[in-house]
Design a protein around this ligand. Structure first.
Ligand SMILES: Cc1ncc(COP(=O)(O)O)c(C=O)c1O
Length: 358
């Protein structure tokens, strides 16, 4: 059953007539450590403030984001989830031909369809999900792309370009006048510093997206941001933004989130440990599944069977992401979030029952 996004518990529970609380959700990539206590407190305190409008310019939030990345607030567009920033870029940025990975997060295409943008796709499956940036650049030249939107780490494959590769890509884009959008929504789980954010002030054609949804387990709150030194584009975005697009709770939670360095580090260690656990356990099913290397909080794998593994696991109380709806995949692929040990173990047990008949 192909749904557009992971985390769609309501829809799945209706289709399969299973109570939501009876499903462990591996289909959305949310930090298993949950919402940090101080963010919950900030949200609770926000209740009193609801009788006022939020600051329409979000000065404290922008300052907190800017401080976190050692930038100035003029480079920050705070958004209602990273999704809003993606759609704002799609609305104001003129890109004749946009190069995307295939598969990748689907909303880039949806966002840029608002204009007459053409798309070209760098196919990952035919490269067995291993590729070099030089190849990607040659493809961009051959396709005469005028913009690139890179998801780094890529959703759903979990792979990430390193700093040298990112720099090479940025230099290429600058030399040839291409727009470069990099979505770093999952970068903070990698435990690596590799990022194009420090280059934002130097290159006006660079747009970097971040999300607070995943790391701070707040998908229901909606908070993300865009970083760029392109003031012209930022002005255009501000002009079409709905006033008070970020609510008071998200405003306060965001200010607190960016002070949670030790929580971020704890989460990175936790994810690394549990990802290794899962990779080790999934290796037992190598006759049935091929797991690809990941540098973030989810794993992407190919199922060699013909049937629907997602459906079989739903009946065992486990919801995984069926990747059928992603462009560019011809086989049976799935994505699973890295969760808590007991949940990861439950997934492994369910797979054992389904794949080995135990
Ligand atoms: C790669 C990527 N970017 C952005 C988003 C949107 O994030 P947000 O919840 O902050 O809007 C998602 C959501 O799944 C995503 O996978």
């Amino acid at each position: 059953m192909a749904v557009k996004h992971g985390g769609n518990l309501q829809e799945i529970s209706e289709i399969y007539q299973i109570e939501k609380q009876d499903l462990i959700d591996f289909s959305a990539n949310i930090n298993p450590l949950g919402i940090p206590e101080r963010i919950k407190q900030a949200i609770n305190q926000g209740l009193e403030g609801l009788i006022h409008y939020p600051d329409s310019r979000y000065r404290l939030l922008k300052q907190a984001i800017a401080d976190f990345h050692q930038l100035t607030p003029e480079c920050v567009y705070a958004s209602n989830g990273a999704a809003e920033a993606i759609f704002m870029l799609g609305r104001v940025l003129k890109v004749k031909k946009l190069l995307l990975l295939a598969p990748t997060f689907m909303e880039y295409e949806a966002a840029f369809q608002q204009q007459a943008t053409e798309f070209c796709y760098f196919d990952l499956e035919t490269r067995n999900f291993q590729w070099r940036v030089s190849e990607f650049i040659s493809f961009a030249i051959a396709e005469e792309a005028t913009g690139i939107c890179l998801c780094n780490p890529n959703n759903p494959t979990g792979q990430m370009l390193n700093q040298t590769e990112l720099d090479e890509l940025l230099t290429f884009c600058q030399d040839r006048g291409l727009v470069l959008i990099v979505d770093e929504a999952f970068a903070d789980f990698s435990g690596k510093e590799d990022s194009l954010i420090p280059k934002v002030t130097k290159y006006a054609n660079l747009f970097v997206l971040r999300s607070l949804t995943k790391m701070f387990a707040i998908p229901g709150l909606r908070l993300g941001y865009l970083l760029t030194s392109n003031v012209e584009i930022l002005d255009q975005i501000e002009q079409v933004t709905v006033p008070w697009h970020i609510n008071t709770f998200a405003d306060l939670a965001g200010q607190q989130a960016l002070k949670e360095q030790s929580f971020i580090e704890e989460s990175q260690h936790y994810i690394e440990k549990e990802r290794s656990f899962l990779i080790g356990e999934l290796a037992r099913f190598s006759d049935n599944i091929i797991v690809y290397p990941s540098q973030t909080n989810f794993l992407f794998f190919r199922y060699l069977g013909e049937d629907c593994l997602q459906e079989k696991l739903i009946y065992k109380g486990i919801l995984i992401r069926n990747c059928t709806s992603f462009k560019g995949l011809s086989q049976n692929y799935y994505r699973i979030a890295v969760k808590k040990r007991n949940q990861n173990q439950a997934l492994v047990n369910a797979l054992e029952e389904v794949l080995c008949g135990k």
